[in-house]
Design a protein around this ligand. Structure first.
Ligand code: 9MG
Length: 277
């Protein structure tokens, strides 16, 4: 399977690595890493991007709004101001597919012009205007499952059958995308680990991740998520081993892209998995 991401083409013979580049002051793990005295520093962002690419990232997922539980929303203009300069700078300098982590139609359109190759929307293109903007961009998309919004998603999430309900949601969103003009092979699906789910829901989804592959290539994000904090009593800085274990199991069950903070460690883990498997 080969997919065009703007000017770049990738195959998915092996799982690909998506490095996280948050240009936010408040993300749960790396929030503020690209800020100096409260102001976004483009050089810091570029240096971080260069490191992730040198370590083996195939994608950089650039986000300007934190999606951690309870995060405050930012205005569409502020989000564009944070993300677009970084997209432009990375597109000019680095050989990597730029993914924009956004639900904002304005940013989707502008980022595509600036050199982005993928739209990663945790709200699954449901914000008014987002689906049309994604279609107009001509880029592949990732639709993710979430109940509610980042502000309220962890308030007692309930499912009768979490795997079936998340699959049904993603199948419906995929059909909506196809109906709007996005070709089926350009649509990634993501069960949205930690987005409106208890730990039991997350584990059930990970155990059954193989079932999602029939819907399309799967993007999986487990990196340093709070479920490991609750299950193991670990702070975000101590969650790398758990993240690698869950990510590898996700790949074993068919994930095509792993969204991670720790590119070098993930690359090594995937390499050994490939040599054995
Ligand atoms: C932006 N973002 C944070 N976590 C994520 C996840 O698990 N999947 C996707 N697609 N995006 C995410």
């Amino acid at each position: 399977m080969q997919i065009e991401f703007g000017s770049r083409v990738l195959d998915f013979v092996h799982p690909r690595i998506m490095g996280v580049l948050n240009v936010t002051p408040d993300s749960f793990y790396d929030g503020g890493a690209c800020y100096e005295n409260g102001v976004l520093n483009l050089d810091l962002a570029l240096r971080h991007a260069e490191r992730l690419v040198a370590e083996g990232a195939d994608f950089l997922d650039i986000g300007g709004e934190s999606t951690r539980p309870g995060a405050a929303p930012v205005s569409p203009e502020e989000e564009c101001d944070r993300v677009l300069p970084v997209v432009r700078a990375v597109a000019e300098r680095l050989d990597v597919v730029i993914s924009v982590d956004t639900s904002n139609p304005l940013l989707m359109r502008e980022a595509a012009i600036a050199g982005a190759g993928l739209i990663n929307d945790v709200r699954s293109l449901q914000v008014p205007g987002a689906l049309a903007a994604a279609v107009a961009s001509g880029l592949p998309v990732c639709v993710m499952h979430m109940i509610g919004t980042p502000a309220n998603m962890q308030q007692e999430p309930k499912y009768d059958d979490v795997v079936r309900e998340v699959k049904d949601f993603l199948a419906e969103r995929k059909q909506e995308c196809i109906g709007a003009g996005i070709s089926a092979e350009k649509i990634f699906v993501d069960p949205g680990i930690g987005f409106g789910k208890t730990d039991a829901h997350n584990l059930e989804l990970l155990k059954n991740l193989n079932q999602f592959c029939s819907l399309g290539p799967v993007l999986l994000g487990v990196s340093r998520k709070s479920m490991f904090g609750r299950l193991l009593g670990r702070a975000p800085s101590e969650r790398l081993p758990a993240s690698l274990a869950a990510g590898l199991i996700g790949c074993q069950k068919g994930a095509s892209i792993l969204r991670v903070h720790d590119v070098a460690a993930t690359r090594d883990a995937l390499e050994i998995w490939r040599l054995i498997g």
